[in-house]
Design a protein around this ligand. Sequence first.
Ligand SMILES: NC(=O)c1ccc[n+]([C@@H]2O[C@H](COP(=O)([O-])OP(=O)(O)OC[C@H]3O[C@@H](n4cnc5c(N)ncnc54)[C@H](OP(=O)(O)O)[C@@H]3O)[C@@H](O)[C@H]2O)c1
Length: 330
Amino acid sequence: MSNYTANESRYEAMSYRRCGKSGILLPELSLGLWHNFGHVDNYNLGKEILHTAFDYGITHFDLANNYGPPAGSAEENFGKILKESFSGYRDELIISTKAGWDMWPGPYGNFGSKKYLVASLDQSLKRMGLEYVDIFYHHRPDPNTPIEESMYALDLIVKQGKALYVGISSYSAEETLEASKILKDLGTPCLIHQPRYNMFDRWAEKGLLNVLEKEGIGCIPFSPLAQGLLSAKYLKGVPASSRAGKATGFLKVEEVNTTVLNKVHKLNTIAKNRGQSLPQMAISWLLKDKRITSVLIGVSSIKQLLDNIGALNNKAFSSEELKAIENIIK
Ligand SMILES: NC(=O)c1ccc[n+]([C@@H]2O[C@H](COP(=O)([O-])OP(=O)(O)OC[C@H]3O[C@@H](n4cnc5c(N)ncnc54)[C@H](OP(=O)(O)O)[C@@H]3O)[C@@H](O)[C@H]2O)c1
């Protein structure tokens, strides 16, 4: 058992943004458990990271069925931490999970069938020891299942009381519009979209953000630091303890290349001139757009978490700064 008591001033420092046209407010920073929370990781550190995040007003924790490794273990560990530390705070938390990527063998363990989505959420709820999640996402579009079937499954899950809201991830602008229309007709509007969006990956700017605004859907970019590339850590090589250095990390060493590092070096100088770290500038750069509801970070230490929270102290950019950044990343 944990003797954790949340910081009483946790809501004073954090700002919250409305998620699309919904009743839900999300903190400007949310915490994802993709890496650093599996059975291969340090459980007590994960727990301390979650305590610190909540102490700073981060009320939203993002999971998926396959987070670990092994797949499912981030939900198991999170469920344990919830029970040990957060049982008195459930109604102050927005907990999300997802299904869409490979989870179990055979034809019913991935993509977007009703069979998979419903069974997967049942498994996630058991692993986390929850009666419901706040948001359930379809994790990726399925080119072979009719979009109607995946959306009917999301609607069914809400009507069954297993999720309060639904979201989609990595759907294109066109797919998002189609999904949104179906969900609206069903009476379960899409709450939120989770795209990969950072200074190095700007596909969301080419249509998606406009669709989200028009449809009243929130936006929570994932991998805002391009998995850690948008920091100074790789400027002098690949540390063994980094995501690119670890065997279980999803960032490939090939992605840490000279072209990227040249840009990182220049961006780092602009960040320094702003009095920020590069991770802080990368987060502020996303938050400058009012269509962004929350930025979904991942951290492997308390130090990184505190650094990233510091981004919220300087979210304004001069037009010169924006131009200089644009010249580097365009
Ligand atoms: N919907 C989807 O398909 C999808 C896909 C991916 C992620 N997500 C969600 O988005 C969340 C965030 O994604 P992400 O983990 O890729 O985000 P990210 O913020 O781009 O990368 C996080 C990593 O960057 C490094 N880092 C973070 N803060 C730092 C700092 N201040 N200084 C130096 N390095 C720092 C750490 O890596 P080191 O290990 O090197 O320290 C950390 O694990 C995930 O946890 C998950 O919830 C969703």
